[in-house]
Design a binder for this molecule. Structure first.
Ligand SMILES: NC(=O)c1ccc[n+]([C@@H]2O[C@H](COP(=O)([O-])OP(=O)(O)OC[C@H]3O[C@@H](n4cnc5c(N)ncnc54)[C@H](O)[C@@H]3O)[C@@H](O)[C@H]2O)c1
Length: 461
């Protein structure tokens, strides 16, 4: 029974995937995962709709994240590029925060939905919404996104958009059938350092890419244990019940764009292991909380191999006391970057090995100015005027999303990117539970990943 529950937690509980719970070998699992690929059509690559002059937005979830996201709209509201038409949350005070924030920024007073955990459906059913923005706890993302698409809305979900393979495939199937945008809004793809690296890759500074290392290493102990920070302490419950990488997308999103994942390359397989759990339970012991044993190990490490032979190390640790890091290491034949703090090494063509050193401050600044991403150059001033929003990247993400819809062009992140990055969670859980056996990735694109395409995030719009 325990095994069955575990497998359901990874693959999903529905009949859609028909994963045989009697599967005993990794080969059988991998065979089943390959079957998933046959359900996809790949017809959302390059997907675009008619331009939407003013995007009408319905926001569900106005907790920590929803409160930040709504503030990212100020510039767009002022310029009549978007309008917030409806709000939904379980707590009236969160609705009031949003209404208060919007006062004087748009003439329309949004409708609000605050009548329990299913009232969001009434928001989704409103006629005059173009885009549904979802910033609820993880367990709601797929459900809300699918219902949104079924009701004709484009959907943008916070990270991760799904954490079972069944939900990944249901999102793809729904987007393909309803022909609605389905984007996971991965803000780290819009950070100036990551965009600078993207630009350097395009300009050939890195040569050919071979390897990357990335992470979400963020000491969340105090927040996970806080009684009210996360609504009903939803987040720590995942650490009690599951073991793997629950938050892969801040690290893997930018790296996937660096490596043309879905645009000429794709993830082939993953192997994952979790360390022993120590730090979160030690923190629990210092509080009056009565959480049972924590299942998730302190440090989960996954290795991913791509079809074209590149390798990625991806880490997840929100238990250990340590400085924040997404690592952001990228290795190419001509250059290497490491983040936290950002450093750049440029290789010497003549093999003189001068110094084996990172660029000095002056040369580093020359590179950072010369290769600044045009999106950053264009939006730096306004993005930095926001007090919230991770130093500007959250505004740039929302600006790009709305601008793509205004102009009727494909979004920077499509449904296949969204589920591919999120699928790391169930695959890491499965591998970690099977002594790190390699698990193959589904191909959500029906083989279309093989077509070399320029990354949408490089387009000027
Ligand atoms: N991209 C980022 O940098 C970033 C940062 C923080 C959080 N997040 C993501 O944002 C999401 C929300 O996280 P948070 O920290 O804001 O959590 P939170 O607990 O502060 O907020 C969640 C909100 O959703 C509301 N909610 C829950 N169930 C609901 C339902 N059925 N209908 C309507 N409202 C409902 C709650 O009332 C709460 O206000 C998570 O997916 C998280 O991973 C992303």
């Amino acid at each position: 029974m325990e095994r069955e529950n575990f497998i359901k937690s990874i693959f999903g509980t529905g009949a859609l995937l028909s994963i045989p719970f009697s599967c005993n070998s990794v080969d059988e699992f991998n065979g089943e995962i390959a079957d998933i690929s046959r359900k996809c059509k790949g017809n959302m690559i390059g997907f675009k709709t008619l331009p939407i002059e003013k995007v009408r937005v319905g926001l569900i979830g106005i907790g920590n994240r929803g409160k930040t996201l709504i503030q990212m709209f100020d510039f767009l509201l002022e310029n009549k590029k978007a309008e917030i038409v409806a709000l939904c949350d379980l707590d009236k005070k969160n609705i009031d925060f949003a209404l208060n924030h919007l006062k004087g920024k748009q003439s329309l007073v949004p409708k609000n939905y605050v009548d329990g955990s299913n009232d969001w459906k009434n928001l989704v059913e409103m006629e005059d919404i173009d885009l549904l923005l979802i910033a609820t706890p993880w367990e709601w993302h797929t459900k809300m996104a699918i219902y949104g698409m079924e009701k004709g809305k484009h959907v943008a979900s916070e990270v991760p958009i799904a954490y079972t393979l069944e939900d990944c495939i249901r999102l793809v199937e729904t987007a393909e059938r309803t022909q609605r945008h389905c984007i996971m809004i991965e803000n780290c793809c819009y950070n100036s350092e990551e965009l600078w690296i993207m630009n350097m890759i395009q300009e050939g500074v890195f040569g050919k890419l071979t390897h990357a290392e990335c992470a979400y290493n963020h000491d969340l102990r105090a927040l996970l244990l806080h009684e009210t920070y996360y609504k009903d302490q939803w987040r720590i419950k995942h650490h009690v019940e599951r073991n793997g990488n629950f938050y892969p997308t801040h690290g893997i999103g930018p790296v996937s764009l660096y490596m043309d994942i879905g645009r000429g390359d794709t993830f082939k397989y993953l192997t994952s292991m979790s360390s022993v759990e120590q730090s979160l339970s030690a923190a629990v012991a210092k509080t009056a909380s009565d959480f049972p044993k924590i299942k998730c190990g302190d440090v989960n490490t996954s290795l991913i191999k791509t079809e074209n032979g590149k390798t990625i190390m991806l880490q997840f640790d929100v238990h250990t006391g340590r400085p924040y890091s997404r690592i952001n290491q990228l290795v190419g034949t001509k250059a290497v970057h490491e983040g936290y703090p950002s450093r750049l090494y440029i290789d010497d063509d003549d093999l003189q090995f001068w110094g084996h050193k990172w660029l000095d401050k002056e040369d580093y600044l020359t590179f950072s100015k010369r290769y600044e991403h045009p999106m950053i150059t264009k939006l730096k001033k306004v993005s930095q005027s926001f007090k919230q929003g991770h130093g500007g990247m959250d505004f740039i993400m929302i600006y790009r999303l709305i601008s793509c819809l205004n102009q009727g062009v494909p979004l920077d992140i499509n449904v296949y990117d969204s589920v591919m990055w999120s699928a790391i969670t169930p695959l890491s859980e499965l591998s970690a539970s099977l002594d790190s056996k390699p698990i193959v990735f589904p191909d959500f694109t029906a083989g279309k990943w093989k077509e070399k395409r320029e990354s949408e995030i490089m387009r000027e719009i």
